[in-house]
Structure formats: C-alpha cells, structure tokens
Design a protein. Structure first.
Length: 159
C-alpha cells in the first residue's frame, strides 16, 4: 500500500484526504515554547503538538499531546487560530493539512527540560526532540519549518 490509501481498484489514483494537526502555543514570561525535532531524515522547528486521532475532540488532542510531549495536562485551553487557506502536507501530497492552534496554560512551565540552542539533540536519530523557549520579541517566522507555523509565529509576534 505504500504511502497512499487506495480504493478497491489498485489502478485508481490515491485518495485525497484531510490531515488534522493540533498544536499548543505555550506562553510563559513573554516566551513561547517551540520544539526542534528530527523525523524522517529532516530537522524541523515547530510548535508542540501533532496529529488528531479518530474519536478525539480537538481539545482532547491538544491535551493528549501536552501529556505525551511535556508530561503535563493543560489547566486552560483557548482557541487561537485554524488554517484558513489551502496547505498540502509536507509529507504526503494527497493530504490537505488543517492545523488548529490553541493557547495553552500548563501548570509547571519551569519543569520543561529545555535547551538553549537549535537542534541540540543528545543524538540525532529519528524521533529526537528537544524544547526551547524563544522570547516573543525574537520569534522569527522564517525559523519555523512549516507554512502554517510561520503564519502563527508572525501572529504571535504581534501580541
């Protein structure tokens, strides 16, 4: 089956589908949390979060992602932005990406293990991930990897 979902007839073109991603915008002391990751042979800088799973509500997704990545459940969640333009997935050109961003308050932001430099992984292997705080005044949309993250970074810089 490869990277595509096929219909009953293998000669049919790949099905087009939606890929829903949910992200946490965690602000603390005029900083925003970003994650540097190494996946599928690619370095990326993005906001914490990930894929929406079948049967979840969107807020359930952001809460699950915070628990998985930060080992903390948010104490407050407020919608910030939903993609309002077409974006094809960077990893599967038959997927239309829909990204939802929530401003999230976590109880213990100072307990997040962070690094000071980009991509300062203990070892650059698939799945490597580190977090960094970036001052809102220094948040550069051009340093974000993905199109929608760039837009959201620009919006955060205007707060």
């Amino acid at each position: 089956m490869g990277n595509y979902d096929w219909g009953m007839n293998k000669n049919e073109p790949p099905m087009k589908r939606y890929n829903i991603r949910v992200y946490a915008l965690i602000l603390h002391n005029e900083n925003v949390l970003v994650t540097d990751e190494f996946r599928m042979g690619m370095r990326m800088t993005k906001f914490p979060g990930g894929g929406h799973e079948w049967g979840e509500g969107l807020i359930d997704t952001v809460k699950r992602e915070c628990l998985e990545e930060l080992d903390q459940e948010p104490s407050a969640v407020e919608h910030f932005y939903t993609t309002d333009f077409f974006v094809a997935s960077a990893f599967r050109d038959t997927d239309q990406l829909i990204s939802i961003y929530y401003k999230v308050v976590i109880p213990f932001p100072d307990k997040i293990a962070v690094v000071e430099e980009e991509f300062l992984f203990p070892e650059e292997v698939d799945g490597a991930q580190v977090f960094r705080w970036i001052p809102l005044t220094e948040l550069n949309p051009g340093k974000m990897t993905f199109t929608v993250d760039k837009k959201v970074a620009g919006m955060l810089g205007q707060l």
